[in-house]
Design a protein around this ligand. Structure first.
Ligand code: URA
Length: 444
């Protein structure tokens, strides 16, 4: 077997066998194939696709290329939650303590943000002292004792994906549904949970721009999970505008704390309840979504969810005083108010433009080695559907300098559109599980 034969097969639209895929991943991980040949194969896959069986095999081989985390120390069904990435997406920070407060053990590994999309680990690191690189022993101890731990993915989770993703990033081969699905699911399989709740976002602030593309990706990820013995529920959720009001690491932690106190923005609160309800039913902690929702609402009302967050922060060395005094999170030196350039109804806030404007403020990174600023970002004071007057404050920019604030203001204003009316779309468009696609009755 050699790599040229594999490239030629994919060029000619023929499926690769299990042996060929497994040989390729092994050769890739032992550095036996030069970048130009891996890139040629990636481009052939990007153009000609892969069938569901090829994709499931590629995913399993990538997962097995590194550590396979053993979660068997947890009793019952273990559940992972993963978002395909979006702007202002702080939902994991809310779902994890809420679900843990309802008795679901949360043992979560998360990633950092790249490009316009943020990452849970960066957000948590805006809490002074919080350690995201805890040992496996601590991870197990915290989950066994307190039902919650959140750590950064160990270096050796799916190393084949790391090599492939780095090449996809520079060869125009990121937007391939089989490659995205195998990349996400290889890490999920390696992280060892029995059930996986995926939040597959669509819209201007997501990788998938349309609901149809998101459904295609979700259906494929469910099938990969099933073929590898995992139960996957994939929710198709709307990311037409940034989620919530805050975009930026410390600003989003503040908003997550508000939400756990029952005082969060409506969209963040609703989506957190939706996703956590699916987590509780997947983990057999609630018999149905309706009961799950009541349990979660009670966990917020009683303060139990907030107490789980406090426990998570204190276990991992963070300063818990940020819960009662979120103003103690690092604040940016410059706060600039953005005024509406027009009177009318806000008809959209483009998520990708907002996310890219954040890069000017160093909220996220363009390359993996970039330093980020935890204090900066945006607070959106008016969102799609709000009626505003010309000159009315519509956003705040939190920045480390006046120049960066001015540049971010220009970009942020280009994300806003104004008109006469706005027709909101439901947060949850559909969900996919082993039984097929279930469309939300409000969305069709
Ligand atoms: N997230 C991933 O982990 N991989 C992709 O290819 C895209 C999004």
């Amino acid at each position: 077997m050699n790599i040229i034969q594999l490239i030629e097969k994919k060029r000619d639209k023929k499926p690769l066998t299990e042996d060929e895929i497994s040989w390729f991943v092994a050769a890739l991980c032992s550095d036996k194939i030069p970048d130009y040949q891996v890139s040629a194969l990636l481009m052939a896959i990007c153009i000609n696709g892969m069938n569901d069986d090829e994709t499931a095999v590629l995913t399993r081989c990538m997962a097995q290329s590194g550590d396979m985390i053993d979660m068997s120390f947890i009793d019952g069904v273990t559940v992972d939650k993963h978002s395909s990435g979006g702007v202002g997406d702080k939902i994991s920070l809310i779902c994890a303590p809420m679900a843990a407060a309802c008795g679901l053990p949360v043992a979560k590994m998360s990633g950092r943000g790249l490009g316009f999309s943020g990452g849970t680990i960066d957000k948590l690191e805006s809490i002074p002292g919080f350690r995201t690189s805890i040992s496996q022993e601590e991870f197990r101890r915290f989950v066994s004792r307190d039902g919650i731990a959140l750590m950064s993915q160990t270096k050796n989770v799916a190393p084949a994906d790391k090599r492939l993703y780095a090449l996809r990033d520079v060869t125009g081969t990121v937007p391939s549904i089989p490659l995205i699905a195998s990349s996400i699911m290889s890490k999920k399989l390696a992280c060892g949970c029995d059930a996986i709740v995926l939040d597959v976002k669509y819209g201007s602030g997501a990788f998938m721009k349309t609901a149809e593309q998101a459904v295609e990706l979700a259906v494929l990820m469910e099938s990969i999970g099933r073929k590898n013995g995992r139960e996957v529920t994939a929710l198709i959720t709307n990311m037409e505008q940034p989620l919530g009001n805050a975009v930026g690491n410390a600003l989003e932690v503040k908003e997550a704390i508000q939400t756990l106190k029952g005082e969060g923005p409506a969209d963040v609160t609703e989506l957190s309840y939706i996703i956590s309800s699916f987590m509780l039913t997947a983990g057999k902690k609630a018999p149905d979504l309706h009961t799950a929702r009541r349990m979660l609402e009670n966990s917020v009302k009683s303060g139990a969810a907030l107490e789980k967050l406090r426990r998570l922060i204190s276990n991992q060395g963070g300063d818990t005083s940020v819960i009662d005094h979120p103003e103690q999170l690092k604040a940016a030196p410059v706060i600039k108010t953005v005024l509406s350039p027009e009177s009318g109804v806000i008809t959209g806030i483009n998520g990708e433009i907002t996310g890219n404007a954040c890069l000017t403020l160093k909220v996220g990174r363009l390359s993996k080695t970039d330093e980020i600023d935890h204090s900066t970002g945006f607070v959106l004071l008016a969102k799609a559907g709000n009626k505003v007057e010309k000159g009315q404050p519509i956003a705040q920019i939190h920045s480390d300098s006046e120049e960066a604030a001015l540049s971010a203001e220009k970009q942020l204003l280009s994300a806003y559109t104004f008109g006469q009316e706005y027709a909101p779309k439901p947060l949850l468009a559909a969900y996919i599980d082993k039984e097929g696609i279930h469309y939300d009755k409000n969305s069709h």
